[in-house]
Design a protein around this ligand. Structure first.
Ligand code: SF4
Length: 272
């Protein structure tokens, strides 16, 4: 599915943190829209998507020259106090078009020149590996959070067919580890996974975040219910995984190989 691309020059790029991002001073979205179009993505119910009048996943706005805007805003924000940034809250900063556009890379370069106090970089794309050199310049002021909702490719394909394959994400965590970039595996939302999952993650990260639809969609699971995600579980006979306690299955499996202090649940797994 090739999305429709529109280029826009943003007036502002840092958005004040609120809601589940209230632990951050700002969120930063290099793109609007998201071509990964995950079935469970609740951004599709937010005003930015609803008023667009086009299906979520079919359009992406490219924020041209965002780095120049960020450089100015960073200076102003840092003069006011500590700056912690969540990138990104309503898109993935590594859209496939980022290969060519390099918007996210230019934002990272701006932050390497004038570092915020902390940057949380949330993605599910192996493309982040391209920017390891810039991430290294940010040292311990950055953490890359790689979403890996399951270790099972057929489950990933069922719930998010346009998102990057799981093996490529695992391999990216390996590269981040070898480059000494602080990183975590983020199992969010929890999808059905195998008993092998903890053993795949153990050599790659020392921090795992676990979150699900019921804790993590900001509405106790109601938003996800409105998206009709339950039927996707029913189609594959995995209804037992669509349950407020299903995350415990994954947590308990992870606990067999990770110490408690390396496992974070819900908001604490996304905190600065
Ligand atoms: S990658 Fe994130 S923002 Fe994009 S569709 Fe999936 S959940 Fe939504």
């Amino acid at each position: 599915m090739k999305p429709e691309y529109t280029t826009k020059v943003p007036k502002t790029i840092l958005t004040k943190g609120n809601g589940f991002l209230s632990g951050y001073s700002y969120s930063l979205n290099p793109y609007a829209g998201c071509s990964f179009g995950c079935s469970y993505c609740y951004v599709r119910q937010m005003p930015i998507a609803v008023f667009r009048g086009a299906e979520w996943g079919t359009w992406v706005d490219i924020k041209k020259d965002a780095a120049a805007v960020l450089r100015k805003e960073l200076q102003r924000a840092k003069a006011k106090g500590p700056v912690t940034i969540f990138m990104s809250s309503s898109t993935d900063p590594y859209q496939p078009v980022e290969h060519k556009e390099r918007i996210t890379r230019s934002l990272l370069e701006a932050m390497a020149d004038d570092p915020p106090d902390f940057l949380f970089l949330q993605t599910r794309s192996p493309l982040v590996r391209r920017d390891i050199d810039v991430l290294q310049q940010l040292g311990d002021k950055v953490r890359v959070s790689m979403t890996i909702e399951t270790d099972l490719e057929h489950i990933r394909k069922h719930f998010s067919p346009y998102a990057p394959p799981i093996p490529a994400r695992l391999q990216t965590l390996e590269l981040l580890r070898d480059a000494d970039i602080p990183a975590q595996a983020t199992i969010a939302p929890v999808l059905p996974s195998s008993e092998q999952f903890p053993h795949l993650l153990r050599p790659l990260v020392n921090r795992v975040c676990i979150d699900d639809f019921f804790m993590g969609d900001g509405s106790g699971g109601k938003r996800t219910m409105r998206l009709g995600v339950q039927s996707l579980y029913e189609e594959i006979g995995m209804e037992q995984w669509y349950h407020p306690t299903a995350w415990r299955i994954v947590y308990d499996r992870m606990r067999q190989v990770f110490p408690e202090e390396q496992l974070a649940v819900n908001l604490s797994g996304f905190s600065p």
